[in-house]
Design a protein around this ligand. Structure first.
Ligand SMILES: [Fe+2]
Length: 304
């Protein structure tokens, strides 16, 4: 069959498939959009498990310790039932309120699953089983990627409520974290239909030097890591001028289904633009087992 002169249906289909493939490739790419003034002050390291041997790979350690966002593509977490999590119904919370992720203790107690999701005991049993499998898989992945790290505590948490445009922030650790360990938080995007979009603002160093005089940052106590992070956030981001939205230069990363990523969430300001289902695996790495212990938070803050 001909469509116009010399243009067969066969050719038409061929072009369609070609375009479809290009769009498909674009869709599968992790997309990074830097703020127009970014220059070299925002770095993202992308590793593809298909082309990189990520087992105990020094480059991956260095990328993590730099604090900049790291994305790992095409790495499947063993035992994690991707279909199960993708099939969980969407969960929206009025006013887009942030709620605490589900930790192991919540899953054991079951109450949050009953009250927040109305799940039956069978549904909670199944979730608990999937949680244990995922946890085993994450530990396996962590030990494969970072066998040189000595960890104190490891924890898997779950976040399945939709979040839209929360405040630019820094993560704060609880008081049990004394500063002798560097936390890694690794995430996996579990929604197969939609990406997760994060924006990243300036890191502590950048803010400290940019706003040292304006906000009298030199008076902050650098020996108290917890307080220093909170004070920096309050003065430079959650301030009266409301700099938590669209003030600082923002760089966007779109994480696609299955992507794994991590960054130093205490060091770099970040914000969720859109996100639905993910798991977070956190581990407290003893500072002395870092390849460069001088890059742990305590030391970085002291050097400012
Ligand atoms: Fe955060």
């Amino acid at each position: 069959m001909l469509i116009g002169r010399g243009f067969s249906l066969h050719k038409y289909c061929y072009i369609c498939i070609y375009l479809y493939n290009i769009i498909g490739v674009l869709y599968k790419m992790t997309r990074i959009a830097k703020d127009i003034i970014a220059g070299n002050d925002f770095i993202v390291n992308v590793f593809d498990a298909k082309t990189h041997d990520l087992k105990d790979n020094t480059q991956l350690y260095e990328a993590f310790e730099s604090g900049w966002p790291v994305v790992i593509k095409n790495l499947t977490i063993p035992q994690l039932d991707y279909d199960y999590y993708d099939d969980l119904p969407d969960w929206t919370i009025p006013d887009n309120k942030w709620i605490m992720p589900w930790y192991n203790s919540h899953i054991k107690k079951r109450e949050r699953m009953r009250s927040e999701r109305n799940w039956t005991e069978e549904q909670i049993d199944l979730f608990h089983k999937k949680h244990k499998q995922s946890n085993n898989g994450w530990n396996e992945v962590f030990d494969m990627l970072f066998p040189r790290y000595k960890t104190k505590e490891r924890m898997l948490s779950h976040r399945y409520n939709t979040l839209v445009e929360n405040k630019l922030h820094l993560d704060e650790l609880d008081e049990q974290h004394t500063g002798k360990e560097q936390q890694i938080r690794m995430f996996v995007q579990l929604d197969k239909k939609r990406p997760r979009v994060l924006s990243f603002g300036p890191d502590l160093e950048r803010m400290y030097y940019d706003y040292k005089d304006e906000f009298k940052l030199e008076e902050l106590d650098k020996n108290d890591v917890h307080k220093f992070i909170t004070d920096m956030r309050n003065r430079c981001v959650w301030n009266e001028q409301k700099w938590d939205q669209f003030h600082h230069p923002l760089h966007y990363i779109t994480f696609n289904p299955g992507d794994i990523w991590f960054f130093n969430a205490q060091w770099i300001t970040h914000q969720i633009v859109f996100g639905t289902k993910l798991q977070c695996f956190e581990a407290d790495i003893l500072n002395e087992s870092l390849l460069k212990p001088e890059l742990c938070m305590v030391e970085r803050i002291k050097k400012l």
